[in-house]
Design a protein around this ligand. Sequence first.
Ligand SMILES: Cc1cc2nc3c(=O)[nH]c(=O)nc-3n(C[C@H](O)[C@H](O)[C@H](O)COP(=O)(O)OP(=O)(O)OC[C@H]3O[C@@H](n4cnc5c(N)ncnc54)[C@H](O)[C@@H]3O)c2cc1C
Length: 387
Amino acid sequence: MKSDVTYDLLIIGGGISACVFASKYLKNNITKKVGLIEIGRGLGGRSSTRISKKYEGWKLNHGSPNFNISNSKNNHLLQRYIDELLENKYIKIDDSEIFFLNEDFNLETKKKSELSSGVNYLSLDSMSELSKKIIESNNLKDEIDFFFETLIVDMKFNDKRWLLTSKNGDKFKSKFVICSTNLLLHKRSLKILNVNQIPLRKAIPINSDKKIDLLLNLLEEQTFIPRLTFLIYTNKNYSYKDNYSKKQRYFYLNNNLEKKYRFERIIFQLQDNKLGIVVHSKNAELINSYISAKDEEVFKQKIIKNFNKLFEENSLVNKLTFDEKISIMKWRASQPSGLAVPLSLQFSRKSKIGFCGDWFEGNGFGRIEGSILSALILEKKIRNLIK
Ligand SMILES: Cc1cc2nc3c(=O)[nH]c(=O)nc-3n(C[C@H](O)[C@H](O)[C@H](O)COP(=O)(O)OP(=O)(O)OC[C@H]3O[C@@H](n4cnc5c(N)ncnc54)[C@H](O)[C@@H]3O)c2cc1C
């Protein structure tokens, strides 16, 4: 047993939805015993920042680089929370330049993508820091016990109590559980966690909780978009061709260019006096060629060649020199796709479990907008229930 404590609430996952949920929950329940379990080394999940150990001084947002709120007009809960983040100076309106590249290599600025429609916001620090600040704002007396580098692989629900077990055999007891990830509910867990039954299904057998049955059935229809991100640590004197000095600058490729170059979006990220570049790709051929690449260095050289070709005629971006260092991050499930789960299935009173994250229905499905909103709605639903 990790400790003899029985938590009032255990949160699985430390992404932005878990942090928003925990922060709001703590504000209203200061006497509760809360634990948060995360497999990563820190907070942020898919909206986190890679602090390179190998290449000193680099902090690149390698998942979501910023976030957009596509529609908050009719959603006061979301708008109030965004205003709170703005007032606390955790975020600011992202007025960075966004370009949409087309086959003629024109730099269009007016178009919008699913990831940039509405109002765009930027963390004043890194994306990982945003999650950290959100949780710290209401964790003033260190009420939360954090368990990092801890992967939950097994769940049990007996006598109205939860027992979670990690890969290392640590056990955690709780009266209530919040899952901010759907890994433990989805068939991909079988391979990733090396288990022979979906953990939540094992904990709540079929026909014992209709809501959970429905949730697990619907999740069978949810798929996930894999992605690669290339983190390019440029050389000391690498810069733009112009004098642009804002923190980030985005280049989106239109569909035809994306097919040709296999890149989806390129984000320049200004560091202390260096310019980092993060390239995103969801191209299946590129992902497969990375998986089967015999020589990673050769693969990286091809990425630079592609980058240089794309920006050959560009008036803002300089070419790379082929001696840059590159790290590659492979996201098995960067965003959910297909079926979104109805918010009515967010919580089971019977099984004392709640769920939040970007996998729920709404305008923000698959994005930070959805993660934040689902966490706010869940907290409101269960605020007074966890006794
Ligand atoms: C490359 C990339 C680009 C993106 N671009 C954008 C964008 O431009 N705009 C936008 O809005 N969104 C974007 N997204 C999506 C956005 O990052 C997510 O919607 C959001 O971060 C999800 O937050 P979350 O808290 O719901 O889930 P997560 O961040 O996935 O949090 C869940 C956490 O649970 C942990 N976890 C999972 N299983 C276990 C377990 N068994 N035990 C312990 N811990 C566990 C995970 O490590 C993770 O930290 C992007 C994502 C990626 C990967």
